[in-house]
Write a protein that binds this ligand. Structure first.
Ligand SMILES: Nc1nc2c(ncn2[C@@H]2O[C@H](COP(=O)(O)OP(=O)(O)OP(=O)(O)O)[C@@H](O)[C@H]2O)c(=O)[nH]1
Ligand SMILES: [Mg+2]
Length: 250
């Protein structure tokens, strides 16, 4: 089973090396890493190239040009991973907020599920201890807001630590994903649940970013909140695959 971890990076020069080493150090057979860098001004892309040279066949780098954005980077990264033969695609942040040691716990459930989510909002999960009350409330509120408007059962719809089966990403049709930024997480969770895929959440502790600066701003957060409504409208016709099949058959 070939597993590809897609790591989007924008100014993660101090984190990319330790993250790649930590992932390779897990000892997961057939694990590859695809770094998707958006021309980071801090030289993350060049560091990633050196890592790829040190670990041929295990680490690859995709240098995006043009407008940057988390959603854009993930869509193109997922496509590349599938084209290169991945059976399972893992997505995670590169700043150690997602603990690489949790990857095996996500992968353990992939044989019986179409999507496995590392979840902060189920018993046993949680957000960074370093966060103040304000930041914790903001994160929980954003998640509650999105899942309530969209009527989702998934508890953590805004997080970005997930393992996807190849068949799920193919069935969801990545070409319809429109999100350019952080709302990508909500959009893909929504499509997946609406289509009736088997989704499991496993608890994770989200940590504070280890090094570097945050790219999240108030403007980005407000934009994401408004985009939830757009996602709601865009996929109103999407029905579970099983229901569609049943309708066609009879
Ligand atoms: N390729 C690419 N990666 C991005 C972009 N924006 C963010 N990322 C990466 O996506 C992951 C999550 O972004 P973060 O900036 O950590 O977002 P966050 O966790 O909500 O906020 P902080 O940790 O507080 O910065 C990190 O690995 C980032 O480097 C982008 O425009 N392009
Ligand atoms: Mg982060």
């Amino acid at each position: 089973m070939q597993t590809t971890v897609v790591l989007p990076t924008y100014n993660e020069a101090e984190n990319i090396g330790p993250m790649v080493e930590a992932l390779l150090g897990l000892g997961i057979p057939d694990l590859g890493i695809l770094v998707v860098d958006d021309a980071s001004p801090d030289g993350t892309g060049e560091i990633a190239d050196r890592l790829a040279a040190e670990h041929p066949g295990r680490v690859a780098v995709f240098h995006r040009t043009g407008p940057r954005g988390l959603g854009r980077a993930y869509v193109e990264g997922f496509r590349r991973a599938l084209a290169d033969g991945a059976d399972v695609v893992v997505q995670m942040d590169c700043d150690f907020s997602h603990n690489p040691a949790d990857v095996p716990r996500l992968l353990a459930h992939i044989p019986d599920h179409d999507l496995v989510i590392g979840s902060r909002y189920i018993p046993g999960g949680g957000t960074a201890e370093e966060w103040g009350v304000e930041r914790k409330l903001l994160s929980a509120w954003a998640n509650f807001y999105a899942r309530t408007i969209l009527g989702l059962r998934i508890r953590d719809v805004t997080g970005g630590f997930r393992a996807w089966r190849r068949e799920t990403l193919e069935g969801m049709d990545l070409s319809r994903v429109r999100s350019q930024g952080y709302i990508f997480q909500v959009e893909t969770a929504y499509i997946c649940e609406r289509m009736g895929y088997r989704i499991l959440e496993v608890p994770i502790r989200f940590g504070e970013r280890r090094k570097g600066r945050s790219k999240m701003s108030l403007r980005v957060q407000i934009e994401a909140a408004l985009r939830v409504w757009e996602v709601c409208w865009r996929y109103r016709q999407v029905k579970p695959q099983r229901a569609q099949r049943a309708q066609r058959n009879g």
